[in-house]
Design a protein around this ligand. Structure first.
Ligand code: GLU
Length: 468
């Protein structure tokens, strides 16, 4: 039988486990997928016909509760895929130190082919089924967006849970990735893409790691291709442009664009929404085969959509020096070995795309505490800043120019707390995976990240008195 996506994740797990002193019984428990709920439920279509929908929710690890992970809407969702994605969530949460086990859901529907009202009925029924089996709840299992779902679906999930769920006081925290108008948190929408670019910045900061690739340190001027310009890819591209990198290529499901001089990504998005395609975008080369973009010249590839984009059959043709896995599982194990041999550095998914779940964690905390991050501190901060300014004026006898005074008087908003906490988390975790990579001569950053995740989960089991 060919290896499944779940086998691929376990391949990485097993390779890293050899660099830990965790015993085989604990390793077996960590790598196992604890629970999978496979559902079939009827939903009425817009024409009145009833169809039977297939869905899943996998909870990979209960070493921390709730479990956490997105819900994917796509026709090819399968049990092994959600198990693999749930396992990645376990390791991802451990790498960025958020206190969740891993989970993932999937529903076999094509969100682009269906009406909003059909998708709403599917989402509400799927949520009701999860409630019935206690596969959702603020302290049990907390979904979020993934491929094919967004703030809209999260709002429907929250509303359904509020009506039927057992936990009304904390119902807000039953799902994250909600719109800010529906008790979401500022900065969640862009968190995964932004986190991936922060990860890249950390890698590019170390001359010792970057120079051997023939690159200079820093993001400015780097030529980047973003295969899969969806929600994650768009925000990764915008964050990279903000830091003076150049987006030379992008792809969507039905084509790609390449321009050595750099693409105006927002104009590309506008063109696609107006014409339905990337074709005809001025000044850029159009590729009818979206996979072709992977092989174009660039310094960095940020695959941002689906798994298994980089495989044994195309890995040797890549021209990038660095790959940032903003998607889950874009590089399969065979390709991973080829890239390592070729000296190409991969920033692994379980670190590079963790920004989403980090900010989901902030949203969950905000919802459970029933207070926004700035409410208790903002006014005090303004008063404290004002006092500082008054003391400075008294001591120096000088009055600051109004623009400088305004900077000093600024007090943080929710977005400031979220951004700085995300940056801090990504920085700390990078150090934690880079150091053993260098000092223990581990083969790559992926092995180091998995090693860290395995030790953290094993430690949680030990602290709970299981496998002491
Ligand atoms: N679906 C996202 C991921 O794969 C986010 C998960 C979450 O926020 O719970 O990381």
């Amino acid at each position: 039988m060919p290896a499944s996506f779940f086998d691929d994740v376990n391949h990485y797990f097993d390779a890293a486990s050899r660099h830990t002193d965790v015993g085989p019984d604990v390793l077996n428990q960590i790598r196992a997928c604890n629970a999978v709920y496979r559902l079939r439920f009827p939903v009425r279509q817009d024409d009145g016909e009833i169809v039977v929908i297939e869905g899943y929710r996998a909870e990979h690890s209960h070493h921390r509760l709730p479990t956490k992970g997105g819900i994917r809407y796509a026709l090819d969702v399968s049990q092994t895929e959600v198990m693999a994605l749930a396992a990645l969530m376990t390791y991802k949460c451990a790498v960025v130190d958020v206190p969740f086990g891993g989970a993932k859901g999937g529903v076999c529907v094509d969100p682009r082919a269906e009406s909003a009202s059909f998708l709403e009925r599917v989402t509400r029924r799927y949520t009701s089924e999860l409630i019935r089996k206690r596969f959702i709840g603020p302290d049990v299992d907390v979904p979020a967006p993934d491929v094919g779902t967004s703030e809209r679906e999260m709002g429907w999930i929250y509303d359904t849970y509020k009506v039927y769920g057992p936990d009304t006081l904390n119902a807000l925290a039953c799902v994250t990735g909600k719109a800010t108008s529906v008790h979401g948190v500022a900065g969640r929408r862009e968190a995964t893409g932004l986190g991936a670019v922060i990860a890249l910045e950390h890698f590019l900061a170390e001359a010792e790691d970057v120079t051997p690739l023939g690159l200079e340190t820093g993001l400015a001027g780097k030529r980047i291709i973003v295969p899969g310009l969806g929600k994650v890819g768009l925000h990764a591209a915008l964050a990279a442009i903000d830091r003076d990198a150049i987006i030379v290529g992008v792809s969507v499901s039905d084509g790609a664009l390449y321009d050595e001089g750099g693409l105006d990504v927002e104009a590309v998005i506008r063109h696609r929404s107006e014409t339905g395609s990337l074709r005809g975008f001025a000044d850029a080369r159009f590729l009818a085969d979206p996979d072709g973009i992977l092989e174009e010249p660039c310094d960095v590839l940020i695959p941002s959509a689906l798994e298994h984009q980089i495989r044994a059959d195309n890995a040797r043709r890549l021209q990038a020096k660095v790959i940032v896995e903003a998607a889950n599982g874009p590089v399969d194990p065979e390709a991973d070995a080829i890239l390592r041999e070729a000296g190409i550095v991969v920033l692994p998914d379980i670190y590079a795309n963790a920004g989403g779940v980090v900010v989901s964690y902030f949203e969950w905390i905000k919802n459970l505490s029933h207070v926004s991050f700035e409410r208790m501190t903002r006014r005090y901060q303004q008063i404290a800043n004002n006092r500082l300014l008054n003391v400075l004026t008294r001591l120096t006898g000088k009055t600051l120019p109004p623009e400088d005074a305004a900077v000093l008087l600024q007090a943080p908003n929710e977005i400031d707390f979220v951004r700085t906490a995300l940056e801090n988390t990504m920085a700390i975790s990078y150090e934690k995976i880079r150091e053993p990579w260098k000092k223990k001569s581990l083969p790559d950053l992926r092995t180091s990240a998995y090693r860290m995740a395995i030790e953290s989960v094993a430690n949680a089991y030990a602290l709970d008195g299981i496998f002491p």
